[in-house]
Structures are given as structure tokens and as C-alpha cells.
Ligand binder design. Structure first.
Ligand SMILES: NC(=O)C1=CN([C@@H]2O[C@H](COP(=O)(O)OP(=O)(O)OC[C@H]3O[C@@H](n4cnc5c(N)ncnc54)[C@H](OP(=O)(O)O)[C@@H]3O)[C@@H](O)[C@H]2O)C=CC1
Ligand SMILES: CCCCCC(=O)/C=C/[C@H]1[C@H](O)CC(=O)[C@@H]1CCCCCCC(=O)O
Length: 334
């Protein structure tokens, strides 16, 4: 008999998530698997920004959504043999019975490729969804050219840190925006040409700090945060600049700020802005993972993880990530 532990969303979020929004429960799983099913035992769980806005679509009583790297411990599906490690969106749970055939193509679990000497947790970060978000969302939508200036917000996080390094690999000048001096120091170690700590310069000082960091203006903007940071970047875009809108974390906890209307910049600078959801490229998923792995092996792409130990600490790790407690990818180790 397998008893799974799971974190249930028991009360809708209002502002930053709190303990009262979550309840740790148990669920006894069936003893027998049906044909094509397998049992997955979680090793690493992901905490990601989307969980905060996406849960608004689910009723109270739903298990928290999320990705995990897990081990197949029992299987009636030959594509997911016992002992294989898989990525799957199984939610905040320790054990899950999965029938992959019942899931839509873009949300199907997959067996992780070999990461060589690197930890399997990278399947939640640079060698998984966030890494692919950086790879496709930046290269496809920004179409960067050598010599151009690229600004990345949320730059020290899972997605942003990879975007900035890929931009360097493409010969760009890269400015990273992040929320602490330590994060900015790490970005400069990674090769970012300039950094802005948006918390110390503040909303009033951001435009001047950007002017100094990007004196030739901005050709590409990879936007993870929205709000006043993005409004200010848009004012300093160059002719024919490109903006990849990845996320808007500055308002996920219901905070809204008044920002200036960027339409005039779009007309006169002839800018192009496009939002995306990374599963748009699900048919090319392994291409992104392989490219990022190759760059890691070649020493051209560096990663960092912020690891919280213990399933019971999932809500704590989630809130910490939403408030800037992570550098690189935030994961929870069981
Ligand atoms: N479109 C898509 O398909 C996808 C979009 N995303 C989006 O990418 C973005 C980054 O995700 P991910 O890399 O996983 O997360 P991160 O690892 O970057 O973690 C979140 C970070 O956001 C920063 N942050 C929090 N509040 C604010 C704020 N008010 N203003 C500026 N920064 C803030 C914090 O860093 P700091 O200390 O710098 O404030 C925090 O560490 C998110 O917006 C997410 O929704 C992610 C995956 C797929
Ligand atoms: C305004 C909110 C923007 C959020 C952008 C974002 O972070 C999107 C993330 C998704 C990404 O594009 C692909 C994913 O894997 C993320 C969502 C995953 C949802 C899994 C849902 C599984 C389930 O319903 O059980």
C-alpha cells in the first residue's frame, strides 16, 4: 500500500500566499495499476511563479499544480520502465499514478535524457521548462544579432539567468535587472556587462540607471516582470527593437502599479512585442534541452539552484521564490 502526501490548495490566494492557503493531506493509492499506468515517486519538486496566477482557475480542494522529477517505481507502461527518471506535471505530491496517454501532448511526462554528471534537478530548471523558455522565448522572438544591446528583467532567476548567458553567446551586450547586490554580482560573474539592482535604485531612479547601463539604447528586451521596470525599458528601446514578453511577476500577487502608456514608443520606434507560452515549442522540446546541455558541457552556460529540503516546506519555498529568495532555479528536494 502506498500513501501519497500532497499539498492541497484550500483557500484562494489573496496577495502573497500564506500558510492558510495550503493543507498537507494524505491519499492512499490503489494497490493495482491499470494498463499503461506507472507509479512515480518524487525526488525533486519545482516551485514556479505561474503557480500563483494559475491557481486562480482552480477550485479550493485542488492539489497544487507543478512539475517534478520522479522515479518510476512500478510500471505497466513500457515507455516508462521501472528505474527511469521522468519529468511530469504531477502536482505537489510525493507519489502519483500516471497514465500518460490520457494527458494532452504538451503536458505529457517524458523520460529525462542523461545529464551526465549534472543533477537530475536540472530537469526542472535549465534542462527543463525554464531553460526552454529562455532558449525559445529569447532566440525565436527577439532574434538577437551580435553587437545589439539586450536587457533582461528577473535576470538572476531560472529563466532570466539563462537568457542573459545565451545573449552573451550570441555576441550581445547584456544588461541584467535583479533584486539584490549579491544577485547582480553573480550575473556579472556570468558575463553580464552591466546590472541594475532595481530595489536600490527604486522606481524613480530606474530610468537613469538604465541609461547608464545601456547608453546605446535597447535592441531586445526579455521581460519577466512587467510593471514600472518594463515601462522604463520600453522608453529606451531603439528603432526596430524586439520585446519578448515572458511573464509579469510584479503583479502576480495582485499588486498593480500605474505605468506610462508605451504606445507612442511602439509607433515611432516601430517596435515588435510578442508574448508566448513555452509549450508553443513542445514539438522541439528536446532541441532546447540538448542545446542548453551542450552549452553547459562546453562551459558556456552556468546554472545555480536554490534547494529547499523537505516536502513539508513546499509553501515556504514557493513564497520565498515569489519574494526573491532564490538565485537561479528554486527547487525542493524530498
Ligand atoms: N511564458 C512562459 O511560457 C513562461 C513564463 N515564465 C515567467 O518567467 C518569469 C521568471 O520565471 P522563473 O525564472 O521561473 O522565476 P525566477 O527564478 O526568476 O523567480 C522569481 C523571481 O522574480 C523576482 N521578482 C519577484 N517579484 C518581483 C517584482 N515585483 N519585480 C521584479 N522582480 C520580481 C524575484 O527576483 P528578484 O530578487 O530579482 O526580485 C524572484 O526571485 C516569471 O514571470 C514566469 O511567470 C516562466 C516559465 C514559462
Ligand atoms: C499572467 C501569468 C503568466 C504566467 C506565465 C508562466 O509562467 C507560464 C508558465 C507555463 C509555461 O509556459 C509552460 C508551463 O509548463 C507553465 C505552466 C504549467 C502548467 C501546468 C498545469 C498542469 C495542471 O494543470 O495540472
Amino acid at each position: 500500500m502506498v500513501v501519497a502526501r500532497k499539498w492541497v490548495y484550500v483557500k484562494p490566494f489573496d496577495g502573497l500566499p500564506k500558510d492558510e492557503n495550503f493543507k498537507l493531506e494524505q491519499e492512499t493509492l490503489p494497490d493495482e495499476l491499470a494498463e499503461n499506468e506507472f507509479l512515480a515517486e518524487a525526488e525533486f519538486l519545482s516551485v514556479d511563479p505561474y503557480m500563483r496566477p494559475y491557481m486562480a482557475a482552480y477550485p479550493a480542494g485542488t492539489t497544487m499544480i507543478g512539475g517534478q522529477v520522479s522515479k518510476v517505481t512500478v510500471s505497466r507502461n513500457e515507455q516508462f520502465p521501472v528505474g527511469a527518471y521522468v519529468f511530469g506535471n504531477f502536482g505537489w505530491r510525493t507519489h502519483t499514478i500516471v497514465n500518460p496517454d490520457k494527458l494532452p501532448a504538451e503536458n505529457r511526462p517524458y523520460v529525462l535524457p542523461s545529464f551526465g554528471s549534472h543533477p537530475r534537478s536540472l530537469g526542472l530548471g535549465v534542462l527543463g521548462m525554464p531553460g526552454n523558455t529562455a532558449y525559445f522565448g529569447f532566440l525565436e522572438l527577439c532574434q538577437p544579432k551580435a553587437g545589439e544591446t539586450v536587457v533582461v528583467s528577473g535576470a538572476a532567476g531560472a529563466v532570466g539567468s539563462v537568457v542573459g548567458q545565451i545573449a552573451k553567446l550570441k555576441g550581445c551586450t547584456v544588461v541584467g535587472v535583479a533584486g539584490s547586490d549579491d544577485k547582480c554580482a553573480w550575473l556579472r560573474q556570468l558575463g553580464f556587462d552591466a546590472t541594475i539592482n532595481y530595489r536600490t535604485v527604486g522606481e524613480g531612479g530606474f530610468a537613469a540607471a538604465l541609461k547608464q547601463a545601456a547608453p546605446k539604447g535597447v535592441d531586445c528586451y526579455f521581460d519577466n516582470v512587467g510593471g514600472y521596470i518594463s515601462a522604463a525599458v520600453m522608453q529606451q528601446m531603439n528603432l526596430f527593437g524586439r520585446i519578448s514578453v515572458c511573464g509579469t511577476i510584479s503583479n502576480y500577487n495582485d499588486a498593480r502599479v500605474q505605468v506610462s502608456d508605451p504606445q507612442r514608443e511602439f509607433v515611432f520606434k516601430q517596435l515588435r512585442q510578442e508574448g508566448f507560452i513555452v509549450t508553443r515549442w513542445h514539438k522541439r522540446w528536446m532541441e532546447g534541452i540538448e542545446a542548453n546541455l551542450r552549452w553547459i558541457e562546453e562551459g558556456k552556460l552556468t546554472y545555480q539552484e536554490t534547494v529547499t529540503e523537505g516536502f513539508e516546506r513546499m509553501p515556504e519555498a514557493f513564497v520565498s521564490m515569489l519574494t526573491g529568495g532564490n538565485t537561479g532555479k528554486a527547487v525542493v528536494k524530498l
